[in-house]
Design a protein around this ligand. Structure first.
Ligand code: ES4
Ligand code: ZN
Length: 324
């Protein structure tokens, strides 16, 4: 099964590129940029990756990305993950990135975009791995700031596939970002949002109704509302479920009790992703292997999930036909 899962062409629709920063690269970039880390060693960093909740993780996530300063750093970050993913049989990644987290530290949007877009091109050329670009906004920061970044990104609009909404969910409902998402729609960008990870099922409805998203990232708390499950079923809205992430952030107690089988039983449009692989115990292959162990899914189940993912991903049509 391990060989089958590795060789199965896989797509992930929910990956934060800053969350793919392995401690080894974090230390190398810290040294290159003269930045002091709060860890003495790679092992000490890894040992710190024990989280009580989403906020506990976000604190280390923002800390870790402080080593990213130059265009080359963003390129190295992304290529490091793309190469690893490619050896795991990943053929497409829709990549979230968090410009506000870098702009806040004095890094320009041009530095971020040039590094990431160069890595996307290189992956498409040398790894036969396609990459979708999702510019995500931090929901715990002001909506006006997000709108400003979206306008600043005008030179890059035609290279973006979508905008997203991430970071601390509780008390930051989708409604806060209506203006930003309306503007993205006007520009012609697709829209996705994290909802129903730590936040309530009602945030999923809000994201559908007010932000007109085509995809819900996580969404697992939909099971707390029959109305929300019904909506997701009727529209067949994609959910990007991240099993190892949910265990790491204690959204669920253990993988054996994860609602994935229940979500599939309801006929929902499910895909599997890794979210922040450097922090949550592995990439897309590790997430597949963990699901096989916990749920005993057979080969056909994984084939179906990845056909779904490839169908729904931000992939050019001609490539989609090749991949399916
Ligand atoms: C995230 Cl797991 C998760 N949830 C919300 N925002 C995020 N940003 C990076 N990882
Ligand atoms: Zn996420």
């Amino acid at each position: 099964m391990q060989d089958f899962l590795r060789s199965l062409p896989k797509a992930e629709l929910h990956l934060h590129i800053e969350g793919s920063l392995e401690p080894e690269l974090m230390f190398a970039l810290a040294e290159r940029n003269g930045i002091k880390l709060p860890y003495a060693s790679v092992d000490e960093a890894k040992a710190a990756y024990q989280f009580d909740d989403l906020q506990g993780f976000l604190n280390l996530y923002f800390q870790g990305m402080s080593v990213l300063c130059h265009e080359q750093d963003f390129f190295d970050l992304a290529m490091d993950y793309f190469k690893r993913a490619s050896t795991e049989g990943v053929v497409h990644i829709d990549m979230h990135f968090d410009p506000q987290a870098h702009i806040q530290r004095g890094i320009t949007l041009d530095v971020i975009m040039s590094g990431l877009l160069r890595a996307k091109q290189e992956a498409e050329r040398s790894l036969d791995l396609s990459v979708g670009m999702i510019m995500a906004f931090l929901r715990d920061r002001p909506a006006e700031e997000a709108l400003d970044v979206l306008e600043q990104a005008a030179p890059y609009w035609d290279q973006l596939d979508a905008i997203g909404l991430d970071s601390a969910e509780r008390d930051h409902p989708p409604a806060k970002f209506v203006k930003v998402f309306n503007r993205a729609k006007e520009i012609g960008l697709a829209r996705v949002a994290h909802a129903g990870e730590e936040g309530p099922a009602s945030y999923i409805l809000e994201a559908l109704d007010l932000l007109d998203v085509c995809r819900i990232d996580h969404g697992i708390r939909c099971l707390e509302s029959d109305e929300v499950v019904e909506r997701l079923y009727e529209q067949q809205t994609v959910l990007t479920v991240c099993p190892l992430s949910n265990v790491s952030l204690k959204v669920v107690d253990e993988l054996n009790g994860h609602p994935l089988p229940a979500l599939l039983d309801k006929g929902l449009n499910i895909t599997i992703s890794s979210d922040d692989p450097a922090y949550f115990g592995g990439g897309l292959l590790a997430n597949h292997l963990a699901c096989e162990k916990a749920f005993g899914w057979d080969e056909d189940a994984f084939i179906a999930l990845n056909r779904n993912a490839i169908t729904e991903a931000f992939v050019p049509k001609s490539r989609r036909e090749d991949l399916l």
